[in-house]
Design a protein around this ligand. Sequence first.
Ligand code: AMP
Length: 189
Amino acid sequence: MNLILFGPPAAGKGTQAKKLVAERGYIQLSTGDMLRAAVASGSELGNKVKSILESGALVSDEIVIALIDDQLDTNKGAAGFIYDGFPRTVGQAQALDKLLESRGEKVDTVIRLVVDEAALLARVTKRFEEQGRKDDNPETFSVRLEKYNADTAPLVPIYAERGILHEVDGMASIDEVSGGIDAALKEAV
Ligand code: AMP
């Protein structure tokens, strides 16, 4: 199972991905987590992407595609993969298709968490206060949202056309969103 959890930053993708990991044994592939780990470790990659992450811009397609490729190899035979924060551009989506095709697989389902921007801002302001993640400050968050609307939202019609896009109300409670995801997954198999 290759499942893309889709939605703007702070839509709740990470929370839902972690639930799916716990309940179904899928592997969460969060490019944001991988990049933050690289920054924290002070690796060459981390030093290269640090200022990009802090600005709210996107790192290059090449970098994130390589991270995903590597994780697919490392976790061969997993029950499923949840792509969280990837793909974020049309180029990444095409690359993911190729990576999966070369392994005899495909994107099975895309679950879009639908949230409104005002609610997102409120959510992320709270997260900033609680967790202090630098790129959650309101100025940087608005850059991330702009990037989402310009570069990532165009993937919605692409997956819709394939008939694999499911929409779940991301404004509902964590358990309700999770129920919506379970229902979408039942349809997908
Ligand atoms: P996230 O935790 O998914 O919101 O990602 C945090 C930051 O990491 C983003 O604002 C980008 O700078 C970078 N990032 C994460 N995933 C990607 C991706 N798929 N493509 C480009 N940049 C990414």
